[in-house]
Design a protein around this ligand. Structure first.
Ligand SMILES: [Zn+2]
Length: 246
């Protein structure tokens, strides 16, 4: 199949997964079951199929619920767009290998869902991290240069930070995410680069929030979003950055 057609296919799949991701993000932390048609979170009206088309429905309804006309959170189309971006990224990172690219796409999508739930609730659910680790391990074993040291290093570094801070800086869920990302990045060098990038991104965001007085020094900041951003940057430019390092 032609590459741009494949790219489009990945983007559309990404939108569909993004839509399902919104369901997980809304329902998992609330302990609701994930099956059943979505309802407007404001008026409870069950949404029809035409209201559930990713991005298109949001634009057509100008961001408002069809029945109560209340504003729908911009988070929904943003998650769908981010998911489509991650699917296309997976296709670009693993060109010519559709099953492997699909596996990577689902891994990145899961990481997105974990990060958004952590950002909004400060909780990381095992229901998401366990499949995340399993899929990352599967992806790792399909790589030629995978080293078991990578996930072990990820686990050790995060267990150390967890122990040192008695669970204050990071939660135990972060350790599980770190094991998964260790498998995903496959080499110890990539894992160290990932940790550095996560801290740089996290530091910049925390400093900005402090400057804007949107947070205070003692506030607990969810760490999974930075781990996710660090991992994605490492996947994209890690090989090039590691060559530059001594
Ligand atoms: Zn409504």
């Amino acid at each position: 199949m032609q590459s741009d057609l494949m790219m489009l296919l990945f983007a559309v799949l990404g939108l569909i997964f993004g839509s399902f991701g919104n369901v997980l993000i809304a329902r998992l932390p609330a302990g609701e079951k994930i099956t059943g048609r979505s309802r407007c979170p404001l008026c409870g009206t069950q949404l029809s199929i035409i209201d559930l088309v990713p991005i298109v429905s949001y634009l057509a309804l100008r961001g408002r619920c069809r029945s109560c006309r209340e504003r729908i959170s911009i988070r929904y189309p943003l998650i769908e767009t981010a998911s489509a971006f991650l699917f296309v990224l997976a296709h670009l990172l693993v060109p010519m290998q559709v099953p492997l690219a699909l596996l990577l796409a689902v891994i990145l999508w899961l990481l997105l869902v974990i990060a958004v739930i952590d950002a909004s609730t400060k909780e990381i659910s095992d229901i998401l991290t366990i499949p995340f680790i399993v899929l990352c391990a599967l992806f790792a074993f399909l790589q030629e240069d995978f080293s078991i040291v990578a996930p072990a290093l990820g686990a050790a570094l995060f267990a150390l930070q967890w122990g040192l801070s008695s669970g204050k800086w990071i939660g135990s869920g972060d350790i599980l995410v770190a094991i998964g990302i260790g498998f995903l990045l496959a080499t110890p060098g990539h894992v160290i680069l990932w940790l550095l990038l996560s801290y740089i991104v996290g530091g910049i965001v925390a400093a900005t929030l402090l400057l804007l007085k949107k947070t205070h020094r003692q506030a607990h900041i969810a760490f999974a979003p930075f781990l996710a951003i660090g991992a994605i940057i490492t996947l994209i430019v890690g090989d090039r950055l590691l060559i530059l390092l001594p």
